[in-house]
Design a protein around this ligand. Structure first.
Ligand SMILES: Cc1cc2nc3c(=O)[nH]c(=O)nc-3n(C[C@H](O)[C@H](O)[C@H](O)COP(=O)(O)O)c2cc1C
Length: 228
């Protein structure tokens, strides 16, 4: 049985708690009259910390291990990843290039900039500085990246080729100027064919916690049915 099906009851509880967290956050906001979506005060309770109250899972069952892995060259995807970390109570992992990207490397108007060269080279696999310890331990991995010319940066290819997530569920998300997630996630799927890839989501760089929490809730993991 695929692992996603074994953890459905706990993911359901996790999503319920995510909904409660989002709800609590928006209530706090409206009562304070502040518009900022990301304030230090009145942080919504993380899903992991509220899981026992929300679900009372069988003591034999393990709480699902959730990872949020992301690459971010200029901080936008990091923002979304950090919102996810807070909403889910997940572990956060930043995919770091061995050679950091400079501003010139990212100047996509310059045909020969490093980012463009990598995206144009099917074999480019920029070196990464490490991988999460024992990727196979995770039941659910969110995978975040910026859109570069309609696709994931090649460093994501390096990452997936270096990490074996086994049959975990993987949920891609991206940030972009305007492009949708498009075919970027499908290209990544080929690098981890044993995983259960769920539909991905594009965010703007300034995505709010409510937006991210609403997306998590909408994933409908609780509706997955191994028999149906
Ligand atoms: C080389 C390069 C190519 C890009 N290509 C696209 C694109 O095709 N469509 C788009 O909407 N934005 C594109 N962008 C903008 C980024 O996707 C956007 O700024 C993203 O939020 C950056 O995320 P980060 O701050 O996490 O690196 C591109 C940026 C770079 C550096």
């Amino acid at each position: 049985m695929k692992r996603i099906y074994r953890i459905i009851p706990m993911l359901t509880a996790l999503l319920l708690a995510a909904a409660l967290a989002a709800c609590g956050d928006s209530q706090t906001q409206s009562s304070s009259g502040q518009t900022s979506a990301f304030r230090e005060e009145a942080e919504p309770e993380s899903v992991a910390s509220s899981l026992p109250q929300a679900a009372q899972p069988d003591e034999q069952e393990k709480t699902p291990r959730v990872l949020v892995a992301y690459f971010s060259a200029t901080g936008n995807t990091r923002n979304v990843a950090q919102q996810l970390e807070a909403v889910l109570g997940a572990e956060l992992y930043e995919i770091l290039p061995q050679e950091p990207y400079t501003e010139a490397d990212l100047d996509y108007n310059s045909e020969d900039c490093r980012a463009n060269q990598e995206q144009n080279d099917p074999d480019a696999r920029p070196a990464i500085s490490g991988t999460p310890e024992d990727p196979g331990q995770y039941d659910l991995a969110f995978l975040g990246y910026p859109i570069w010319w309609g696709q994931a940066p090649k460093i994501l290819y390096t990452f997936l080729e270096s990490c074996d997530f086994g049959d975990a569920a993987i949920v891609p998300f991206c940030t972009s100027g305007s492009s949708s997630i498009g075919s970027s996630a499908e290209a990544l799927q080929e690098l981890a064919p044993d995983a259960d890839w769920l539909p991905g989501q594009r965010f703007g760089g300034d995505a709010s916690r409510e937006e991210v929490a609403a997306w998590v809730e909408s994933l409908g993991l609780d509706k997955l049915n191994p028999a149906g």
